[in-house]
Design a protein around this ligand. Structure first.
Ligand code: CDP
Length: 241
């Protein structure tokens, strides 16, 4: 009996680990509404994997720009997609995107890529390849992914779905400042026009348009700090974990 007891002894910490089941968290929403910041902060806090699906569409767009791929030519697009390998690595607490082994974190955030990414993301051929990779990332759960179709197409069974939004002035201002911090001076009006244009293309495309999943919880963070939005969503996760 003594032996049996020690064999089945679990420390309180271990019991706690067993109790914590891992879930899938899908975060969707409009352009530059703070989805990525929320998803990254959440993943860090929960010790989950974080995947920025938008970075993947941006990396494909960058490859298409660099290689002058004709967006109307299915054969060219197909062979380009076969030559693209996207990876994420965490360095100094930053989530960095690599395209075929090259660090492209800065290049994918350029205005040139922003201007073209929604056209590329509307191509079904592109979506098929990226969605398959995104689903594979989430096979073991314990993942936070942000994008446009995560709660509707990539992880329709996610336990927690958040749809983030904020008013257009706030979103434009945030992106303007973000670009400035990266040393890129883009006029405010151009930044705003790009967000409006991308929202329109993303919400009206035929394949996987941006829309709120029926079971998603809406979070308008126009008046919330990054800390406040994180706290609000952490509270929601407590219902599942
Ligand atoms: O600028 P922002 O951070 O809001 O956008 P992003 O998340 O980097 O995504 C860039 C673009 O990729 C979006 O405007 C969409 O056209 C496309 N995208 C998509 O179609 N589906 C996703 N799951 C993620 C991004």
């Amino acid at each position: 009996m003594q032996k049996l007891q020690s064999f089945f002894y679990f420390s309180p910490l271990m019991l706690n680990l067993f109790k914590k089941r891992k879930i899938t968290i899908a975060i969707d929403g409009h352009s530059s509404c703070g989805k990525s910041t929320l998803a990254r902060d959440l993943a860090k806090k929960l010790r989950y994997i974080y995947v920025d699906s938008g970075a993947m569409y941006r990396a494909v767009t960058l490859y298409f720009i660099w290689n002058e791929i004709d967006l109307t030519n299915e054969i060219e697009i197909g062979s380009a997609l076969n030559n693209i390998k996207i990876q994420f690595k965490t360095k100094r607490r930053k989530n960095l995107c690599y395209l075929n082994g090259e660090l492209v974190e800065d290049d994918i955030r350029s205005q040139e890529v922003s201007d073209m990414v929604s056209e590329v993301a509307a191509i079904s051929q592109v979506r098929r390849v990226l969605v398959e990779q995104q689903k594979a990332f989430g096979e073991k759960k314990g993942i936070v992914m942000d994008g446009r179709d995560i709660g509707t197409v990539v992880f329709p069974n996610a336990e927690l779905k958040i749809f983030v939004t904020a008013n257009i002035e706030v979103r434009s201002h945030r992106r303007y400042l973000e670009l400035k911090t990266r040393g890129k001076e883009v006029p405010f009006d151009r930044v705003k026009a790009n967000l409006i244009k991308r929202d329109t293309i993303d919400s009206t495309r035929d394949d996987s348009p941006l829309r709120q999943a029926d079971d998603a919880i809406v979070l308008d963070n126009s008046e919330l700090s990054t800390k406040q939005q994180l706290q609000a969503v952490l509270k929601l996760t407590k219902m599942y974990i």
